[in-house]
Every structure is written in C-alpha cells, then in structure tokens.
Design a binder for this molecule. Structure first.
Ligand code: UT7
Length: 330
C-alpha cells in the first residue's frame, strides 16, 4: 500500500514530424483511405526519421514533462520507460535516455515491456516506488518506434501503427485522495501468439533465414485481438470502478489505448457511456503502443478536457496479452 498520495506533476509528449497518410499507404499496399478509416478510424500516423530512435522521441517528451512540472533533470531519482521497441536489445532504452536527459547517475533507470499496456504498468510501478518513500520524483515515459518493426508490405498491420512518445513526472502530495487512486493490471499469457515479433530474441535468434521470412516484423491475428481487446478492456474498466465504488458516470474522461475507434465505441456502448466521454486522437497518430495513453493524456490536459477534481480512467490492452486500468483524481 502506498503511504502517500502519488500525483502527476507534469506531462509532455512528442510525435515525429513526418506525417504518413492513408493515401500514402494505399500506394504501398492494396488498401484505401476509406477502408482504413472505416475499419480503424485512423487517418494518418507519424513516422520517425531514419536517424531518430525510440530514445530520441522519449527525450523530447521527457523534457516537455519536466518543464511542465517545473523540475529539472537533477530532481529525478527514478526513470521507468515503457517500450517494446528500445534502441537496442541491450542495454535498456532507459539508460540511453538517462544520459541524453542528463539525469543523475544515482537515478534508478529501467525499461518495462508490457506492450500497449506499458504506460499503465510503468505508472503503477513508479507510483508504488515513490509512494513508499524509496524514491522521490519519477519520470515515466512511454515511447515507441513501431515503424521499424512493421512489415510495410502487410496491409493487415502496417496501417495501424505509428511512432511517438509521452511522459509524466510523478511526485507526492499531502492531500489525501488525489493522484493515482488505484490500478488493475493483468495478463493473458496463453495468447502471446496473437500478436508478436517471432525473431530477434532467444527463441529465434536473427539469421539470414528469419530475415528472409520477415520473422523480425510484427505478426497479428487482427480479428482475435480485436475481440479480446473489447472484452478485457471492458472488464478492466468495470473491475476498477467496482473496486473504488464508482459508477462509469462519475468518470469525467476515459483515456483508452488508441488502437481502433471501433474497439473504443464498443467499450463505450458496454459501459453505457457516450463515446464523447472517451478521448480519441488515433485519427492523427494511429496506434503508438506504450506511447498512446501518455500522448492522449498530455493532449487532453492541454485541451482542458481534464479539470481539477475530475476522475480520469485509463484503460489499455496489448501484446502479451497484457491489460490494465487506472483511476486518477486531478
Ligand atoms: O494494441 C493492440 C494492437 N492491435 C489491435 O488493436 C488490432 C485489433 N484488430 C483490428 O483493429 C482489426 O482487426 C483490423 C483493423 C486490423 C482489421 O479489421 P477487420 O474488420 O478485423 O478486418 P479483417 O482482418 O477481418 O479483414 C476483412 C477483409 C479481409 O478480406 P476477406 O478475407 O474478407 O476477403 C482482409 O484481407 O479485409 C481485408 N483487409 C484489407 N483490405 C483493405 C485486411 N486489411 C486490409 C486493408 N485494406 N488494409
């Protein structure tokens, strides 16, 4: 149990400059703007430059979050980076980011891979460590360069994903009942095969054969993932509301993982909430995995969609399959 309230002191986000539209994608694979928009809600996504890696996106978002929190790099003693697309298999992206941001060498720095649920997992971890008093100020970043892992000849996946980063600075407050009220995390490990990158790990090391087969790219059974996503996100949302004695109507804004507008609409329907209560920006970014919720949260705050005292529900699912929900009172 956290002994103090853990609060978000500032947020920031960054999306690479290059915009890749559906029309561009329809020149690469057999698809159309109409198909992609009607099946997913996505219009465009951002793609990092060849010389930009995940850490470069993360650093931009991290700097903005620190500025928003009016803190400097020297104040941070914990860095948790949610990513499944680190710059290298080793070391962690967190260590690269620590150096680029100029965080103290006494800061604990590590990556956490929970795919698209990564930011909620990282937020929970950082808040637990800061709430216990072991650390004082944490920087939590969700950052991905998925464009490096997407098969640009697979029309079933390539139109979904985008690159980006979002960050939050975590500290404490003496006011009880504010900040992170709770989380509900879990995983369905039996379904790893529905969404994964087969090669490049210890199971199937990279070789000329894996390269020729395209085994280093994301493989997804879209329909199955879709159905599970709706079910587990709805359950994760219901569970956490019940745990805290809240009804869906008391939630000011839901910030769901931005994977597919039809998934979000189905969850809204099951929770009997108007879809307007859900923050949606996937039309402009596509699915940025661990970056999707922190980018959306940063935009929602900047657009005034979250007011002091509001309760926000975060809810996500991703490869693993992982899922998570979180409640934050501002
Ligand atoms: O963070 C977790 C990440 N993953 C997700 O959230 C993905 C969840 N899944 C989805 O979002 C959806 O399954 C997709 C958007 C990927 C696909 O939509 P769908 O309605 O499930 O389509 P489908 O895969 O059932 O395909 C329907 C048809 C197929 O043709 P046939 O077999 O009916 O002739 C596909 O070959 O649409 C075809 N198709 C396409 N057509 C044009 C698949 N991708 C495309 C495409 N353009 N890009």
């Amino acid at each position: 149990m956290a002994t103090r309230s853990t609060v978000i002191l500032g947020t920031g986000s960054y999306a690479p400059e290059h915009v890749l539209t559906n029309d561009h994608i329809s020149k690469m694979v057999e698809t159309s703007d109409e198909w992609i928009r009607s099946r997913s809600g996505i219009r465009e996504r951002r793609i990092a430059a060849p010389n930009e890696a995940t850490s470069d996106l993360a650093v931009q978002a991290g700097r903005r979050a620190l500025a928003d929190a009016r803190l400097s790099a020297a104040d941070i003693d914990l860095l948790v980076v949610a990513t499944m697309t680190p710059d290298h298999p080793m070391p962690s992206a967190a260590c690269v980011i620590q150096h680029k941001l100029g965080l103290p060498t006494t800061a604990a720095c590590f990556d956490l891979n929970a795919a698209c649920s990564g930011f909620i997992y990282a937020l929970d971890t950082a808040c637990a460590l800061v709430g216990s008093g072991r650390y004082h100020k944490a920087l939590v970043i969700g950052a991905e360069k998925l464009s490096s892992f997407v098969d640009w000849s697979d029309r079933g996946t390539c139109m979904l994903f985008g690159d980006g980063a979002g960050a939050a600075v975590i500290g404490t407050s003496k006011t009880p009942g504010v900040g992170l009220l709770g989380t509900r995390l879990g995983a369905l490990g039996e379904d790893t095969h529905l969404l994964y990158v087969p090669a490049g790990g210890s199971r199937m090391p990279t070789s000329a054969k894996t390269f020729a087969n395209g085994d280093h790219f994301v493989k997804m059974k879209g329909k199955e993932v879709f159905k599970l996503a709706v079910r587990v996100m709805e359950e994760a949302a219901r569970d956490i509301l019940e745990q805290h004695g809240l009804s869906a109507n008391q939630i000011g804004l839901v910030i769901p993982h931005q994977a597919n507008l039809r998934i979000i609409e189905a969850i809204a329907q099951y929770l009997e909430l108007p879809v307007e209560r859900f923050f949606v920006n996937l039309d402009r970014y596509g699915n940025t995995s661990a970056a999707s919720i922190p980018i959306a949260m940063d935009e929602a705050l900047r657009l005034g969609r979250i007011k002091p005292g509001d309760i926000t529900l975060l809810v996500a699912f991703g490869a693993g399959l992982t899922y998570g929900s979180a409640l934050i009172r501002w």
